[in-house]
Design a protein around this ligand. Structure first.
Ligand code: TXE
Length: 500
């Protein structure tokens, strides 16, 4: 990890990981091992065990015991908060290592990975306060003979399945809140980006989390992931990924134990720009909203909806921004857009670019596979002459591909924005408060940005409307999601008899 000028070097050899159960790494041993190549360089960077169904059963049984014997849920909030605070500090201490492996496995720029890891430490620090403030309710208005309590209890063993686009961030939007509630965890990261989830498990043990409360099984979605969603001893499952697999998660829960579900699925998020916006700000925000993480964000602003009077000029402003964005080696500190994370995703994005042209959309800029040695890179792409029925306007591409559609009235802008099965996020750019509020009220999305985009932090909840998912993560909502509510009626004095 030597630093030469502003570019980190590649590892000399791939780092070998075990999976993590009961407070310790389990070496791969006789199991098959997955060798992950960096998408920015196509060299092997990590070796990850392919766990078996028995490994998963072992991890779930360890998490079950750790929950049932109350070694974690039985502690007071102060003790849980202390562990979460220490974990935040340890993430900060190991931030460079975490960011490095995040970049190597995912292909995102190192500067971005560093910022994300800082945000993740913040999640732990914030959630530590929630571990102490989590509480229920009381009813003192039930008459002199009755007192009512509402308590919150941890749901139990929580399975977490995460995707490859933000392996550490998505994990840290969940883990500290789940632990704050008193639950125990079995996490399954994406098979291509497992390293930082394993590092987090090690950090939590060092921070004082009792053994068995955070376990990580690694391997494919179709084997380990499927076994986790079907597992009868998992009480709740938090899934982030494609809508197709989200559907399987719902079906599996219905077939097995009706486990509680949290789902964060796809998005096709609108960016609505009015003519009265600060167009320079808006163009920069729109370029960021689709360029950040190479557009591989569930909340990427992929549908640009612009007031007709400025639509052409605004398209040129976005194009000029795209021309100046630095695409390149993820290990270079100057890079703003890195590599596409998987071969399959690279092919998917390129096929949508072809499809857009075949459907009659006009390629304004980008659309090419870029050549930076052995990695896979796609230039930021802008399509004009897009209609609402085109696949590029309807389907989640999950790449740096932006479509523009003009509108004439605010009603039309709202209608276009809502013309999607998804409802994850939306942005509106205007200096008119009435327009901003009207759009914010009427566009269906779980997260909204006004005159900015992709802002976030530990306080505000995340999650989707419509087919973008169920439930909310982060904020006080994120802890409550992992609790169940119990109501308690307490008789005061002598009970009036049923049989006299
Ligand atoms: O997702 P998958 P993929 C979208 C995006 C992308 C597409 C495919 O459009 O192009 O999904 O990405 C695990 N049972 N999003 O293939 O397959 C898998 O191992 C249980 C949007 O990576 O959904 C991984 O850990 N688990 C999204 C996780 O599910 C299974 C982020 C996600 O993989 C499983 C990612 C199964 N049968 C992709 N099959 C967002 N909204 O952020 C797979 N998995």
């Amino acid at each position: 990890m030597d630093k030469t000028s502003t570019r980190l070097s590649l590892p000399v050899s791939p780092r070998e990981f075990g999976f993590y159960v009961n407070g310790a790494f389990v070496p791969a041993g006789p199991r098959e091992v997955f060798s992950r190549n960096s998408p920015g360089h196509d060299v092997p960077v990590t070796l990850i065990p392919k766990c078996t169904a028995d490994d998963l059963d072992m991890a779930v049984s360890v998490a079950r015991t750790a929950f049932d014997d109350r070694r974690w849920s039985g502690l007071n909030g102060q003790a849980r908060a202390a562990v979460l605070l220490r974990a935040g500090a340890l993430i900060r201490e190991r931030a460079e290592e975490i960011a490095y492996f995040e970049t190597l496995e995912n292909g995102k720029p190192i500067s971005q990975a560093r910022a994300e890891v800082g945000g993740c430490a913040d999640m732990f620090e914030y959630a530590s306060g929630l571990a102490r403030s989590l509480h229920g309710d009381s009813f003192n208005n039930l008459g002199d003979g009755m007192f009512g309590l509402v308590t919150r209890e941890p749901v139990g063993v929580v399975g977490i399945i995460t995707p490859w686009n933000f392996p550490f961030l998505i994990l840290c939007e969940r883990v500290p809140y789940i632990l704050a509630s008193g639950c125990t965890i079995v996490a399954k990261p994406s098979e291509v980006t497992s390293a930082t989830t394993l590092i987090l498990a090690e950090i939590l043990t060092e921070a004082g989390l009792p053994d068995g409360c955070m376990n990580v099984v690694t391997g494919s979605g179709s084997t380990i992931g499927q076994a986790l969603i079907e597992h009868p001893d998992v009480d709740m499952l938090s899934f982030t990924g494609s809508t197709a697999v989200g559907r399987r998660v719902v079906e599996a829960a219905g077939r097995t134990n009706f486990k509680k579900l949290g789902l964060e699925l796809g998005g096709k998020n609108p960016q609505i720009v009015f003519a009265d916006a600060d167009l320079e700000d808006a163009a920069d925000g729109v370029a960021f909203g689709i360029g950040f993480n190479t557009g591989q964000c569930c909340v990427s602003g992929s549908r640009l909806i612009v007031e007709r009077s400025v639509a052409d000029a605004f398209a040129q402003m976005v194009r000029a921004k795209f021309a100046r964005v630095v695409v390149g080696d993820p290990l270079d500190e100057a890079t703003q857009i890195g590599a596409i994370t998987t071969d399959a995703q690279n092919r998917t994005i390129l096929s949508y670019i072809e499809k857009g042209q075949a459907e009659g959309a006009r390629l304004i800029c980008g659309g090419e596979q870029m050549d930076f040695g052995r990695g896979q890179f796609i230039s930021p792409t802008l399509f004009g002459d897009v209609t609402r029925d085109m696949a590029i306007a309807r389907e989640e591409i999950f790449g740096p591909v932006l479509t523009i559609m003009p509108f004439d009235t605010i009603e039309e802008a709202i209608a276009i924005a809502n013309d999607t099965e998804y409802g994850l996020a939306a942005s509106v750019w205007t200096k008119n408060i009435d327009k901003a509020l009207m759009v914010t009220r009427r566009v269906q999305a779980g997260r909204f940005w006004v005159n900015t985009t992709l802002a976030g932090g530990p306080e505000l909840p995340l999650g989707g409307f419509k087919q973008s998912g169920w439930g909310r993560e982060a904020g006080i909502y994120g802890v409550e999601e992992y609790t169940q509510v119990k109501s308690v009626h307490i008789e005061i004095g002598k009970r009036s008899p049923w049989i006299g």
